[in-house]
Structures are given as structure tokens and as C-alpha cells.
Design a protein around this ligand. Structure first.
Ligand SMILES: Cc1cc2nc3c(=O)[nH]c(=O)nc-3n(C[C@H](O)[C@H](O)[C@H](O)COP(=O)(O)OP(=O)(O)OC[C@H]3O[C@@H](n4cnc5c(N)ncnc54)[C@H](O)[C@@H]3O)c2cc1C
Length: 344
């Protein structure tokens, strides 16, 4: 067995290094060195531990092509949980050092305070965190991050993006699409009720706002992919950030759009925000954009005065199509940020 030195560089220039044996994956070896990186499934399925290899040889283990496409792998991308070193390696991480923990991921109890239907098969779940060991109830996280919610005693744990922003009161808000036959979905539909307790693991994840001057920020969400976009836009509103902002929100049918009142309220607090509602199978009297949010974004990119930073969230197909459309219009990869809602 050989052990190699692994060097990780964050987007804001911080360097971390640790040793990794050739039969260990980089994510696990980093955790053993108390470097807890953004990750979720640890099995090559979710894509959360994406990084770029600058130097070194490695074996890439079994992974889901939706989490790391062949194009991404050929361009030097990898998933840390499936990367086994064959030499010393240097990698770039697509996030800043503040997303790396040097202690275990917090686990806390939280009570369900609201569980409302906001559309067909879509729920809004609100939780109230219990006090942590220091007696604080505060909910600390960055917009764009997710939590893993666990039903105690049932072995069901799933990732959900936060829709609200960090707060002292311990409130967490999620938008959840019920998947047919899904375990967590079934529990939410049939058993969950206000007052019940969940275990909350997190915050986790590297998705979030990129601080790069005053470039316009365009956000594209499919279905409940709206959750992290709401969080980022709400943060922009709280801080009164002046970046031009546009949200493309897509659904199959008009009836599948949700959170319309929340988005209207947000436009009052963030007046530069434009919202483009995109419906694929629209009725003839539909006033918004007919087509996918990818079509609307490609149309607007073609005439954009300045290429924006683009934030994407939703099913992998939607993200791949948007990445391709952005590339075709000359948007550099470094200006595209995404979170894929894969089975967790
Ligand atoms: C980082 C991350 C953040 C996420 N955030 C959100 C969020 O904010 N809101 C949200 O609604 N979901 C989100 N998801 C997806 C969520 O974690 C679950 O996968 C989903 O809710 C299904 O869980 P389940 O237990 O009901 O289904 P499972 O019992 O896990 O699966 C049941 C069946 O549904 C399929 N399936 C599971 N998830 C999906 C999916 N997302 N799309 C299509 N088919 C699926 C499975 O392949 C399986 O066939 C996120 C996923 C990740 C990785």
C-alpha cells in the first residue's frame, strides 16, 4: 500500500493537504484528517463532491454518469468520493474555504412547525431547530446549502435544499416534491404532522452565491429547484445587493408553478429582480413564456450586454441542457454554478 500527499485549493486561495492511501478515496481520507468537505451520498451518485484535478494520477471508481458526465471527466473533473490516488495529487475545489468544516457535521433535533401543500405533489416544510449544546437555537447556513433530514428510528435520510436564510430563531424552510413510491415522500404524505421531530444533519453542500463583483446573476430553477434560488435571492434582498438579477422558473403546466406570492413579495424587496415564468405545456391564454426555462435563458443570453453568472438547480437533464446552452453563448464554465437534484 502506498500513501500519497493530496493538496486541495479552494476558490479563495486556501490550501489544505493530507495523506491518502491508494485504497482510500479522497473524501474519506480528508475527513480522517479533520477536513470535512461538502458531500452527500459518498457513493458517486449525487455529484456534491465535484472537484477538478490539476495534477496527478488516479483511478475513478464506479459513479453515476448524471453526477459526473464523460465530458466533465474528460475536462479534468472528478468526484472525490470515487477518486483513488496513484500518485501525489493537486485539485481545485469549486468553493471557498468557509464550506469546509474542521469538525463533525452538526446533527440537531427539529420539530415540524408547518407542512403545507403548495402545488400538486409539492409541499412546503417548516422546521424549528431545538437548542444546540451551547443553548443556541440559531440556524446557521449559507444560501444554496442543503440539510439531510432523517426520520428517527426509520433509517430514512434525504437531502433537501434550504429555501430561507440563516436566522437567530432556528427556522428552516424546505420545498419538497413528492416522488411516486419514494420512502421519505411516503412518510411525508402519510405520517408526518406538525409537532413531530426530525433529525437534521448539516448544513452541507458547496452550492451558493459567487462573489465576483457586480456581474448580473441569472438563476434557473426547475420545480423544487426553486428552493436554493429563493434562499440566495432572499439573502440578496436582506443585504440589498445591487446585482442585476433574473429568475427563470420552469414547470410543465401553469398549475405546477408555486410560491408565486413569495416571488412577488421578493420583487418588492429586491426591485431589480425580474422573474420569467416558463411553462412547457401552456394553455392558450398563458401570458408568460411558453417553453422550457432553458429556451428562455438561451434567448436572453443571445442579446445580453454582459455575460451573467448563472445558477442552476433541478433535475440533471435540465442542468445539462442549460450548461450546453450557456456554453454555446460563450459563458465560461467558471460562471456556471449548479446543484443537481438526484436521488439522495
Ligand atoms: C443535494 C441535494 C439536494 C436536494 N434538494 C431537494 C429539494 O430541495 N427538494 C426536493 O424535492 N428534492 C431535493 N432533492 C432530492 C431528494 O433528496 C430526494 O431524492 C427525493 O425527495 C426523493 O426521496 P424519497 O425518499 O421520497 O424517494 P426514494 O425512496 O429515494 O426514491 C423513490 C424513487 O424515486 C426516484 N427518485 C428519487 N429522487 C428523485 C428525484 N429527485 N428525481 C427523480 N426521481 C427521483 C428514485 O430513483 C426511486 O426510483 C435533493 C437531492 C440532492 C442530492
Amino acid at each position: 500500500m502506498n500513501t500519497y500527499t493530496i493538496e486541495l485549493n479552494t476558490r479563495d486561495g486556501k490550501q489544505f493537504s493530507f495523506g491518502c492511501a491508494d485504497d482510500q478515496n479522497l473524501l474519506a481520507a480528508a475527513a480522517l484528517a479533520n477536513i470535512v468537505l461538502p458531500a452527500q451520498c459518498g457513493q458517486g451518485n449525487c455529484g456534491t463532491c465535484y472537484a477538478e484535478v490539476g495534477h496527478g494520477d488516479f483511478t475513478l471508481g464506479k459513479h453515476n454518469p448524471s453526477a459526473l458526465s464523460q465530458d466533465q471527466a474528460e475536462a479534468g473533473g472528478t468526484l472525490l468520493c470515487c477518486t483513488f490516488p496513484k500518485s501525489a495529487m493537486r485539485l481545485s475545489l469549486p468553493f471557498n474555504q468557509d464550506r469546509i468544516l474542521q469538525s463533525a457535521i452538526p446533527i440537531r433535533n427539529a420539530n415540524i412547525t408547518a407542512l403545507d401543500s403548495v402545488g400538486e405533489n409539492t409541499l412546503r416544510l417548516e422546521l424549528q431547530l431545538s437548542a444546540d449544546e451551547d443553548g443556541s437555537v440559531a440556524a446557521s447556513f449559507e444560501p444554496g446549502q442543503f440539510m439531510e433530514l432523517e426520520v428517527p428510528g426509520q433509517g430514512i435520510k434525504r437531502a433537501y435544499s434550504l429555501a430561507n436564510t440563516a436566522n437567530w430563531d432556528g427556522r428552516l424552510e424546505f420545498l419538497i416534491r413528492l416522488q411516486t413510491g419514494g420512502l421519505f415522500s411516503g412518510w411525508l404524505r402519510d405520517q408526518a404532522a406538525v409537532g413531530q421531530t426530525l433529525l437534521v444533519h448539516g448544513p452541507k453542500g458547496a452550492f451558493g452565491l459567487n462573489e465576483s463583483g457586480l456581474k448580473p446573476r441569472w438563476f434557473l430553477a426547475g420545480g423544487t429547484g426553486l428552493a436554493p434560488m429563493l434562499s440566495m435571492l432572499r439573502r440578496m434582498a436582506e443585504f440589498q445587493e445591487p446585482h442585476p438579477a433574473k429568475l427563470y422558473f420552469g414547470a410543465n403546466r401553469v398549475a405546477d408553478l408555486f410560491c408565486l406570492a413569495e416571488l412577488t413579495a421578493l420583487q418588492t424587496e429586491l426591485p431589480q429582480l425580474q422573474v420569467v415564468y416558463c411553462v412547457w405545456q401552456a394553455e392558450p391564454d398563458w401570458q408568460g413564456f411558453t417553453g422550457t426555462p432553458v429556451d428562455a435563458l438561451a434567448r436572453d443570453l443571445a442579446s445580453a450586454a454582459q455575460l451573467p453568472d448563472i445558477y442552476l438547480c433541478g433535475p440533471p437533464g435540465l442542468i445539462d441542457a442549460t450548461v450546453a446552452a450557456a456554453k454555446a453563448q460563450g459563458v465560461p464554465d467558471t460562471q456556471v454554478f449548479s446543484e443537481r437534484f438526484l436521488p439522495s
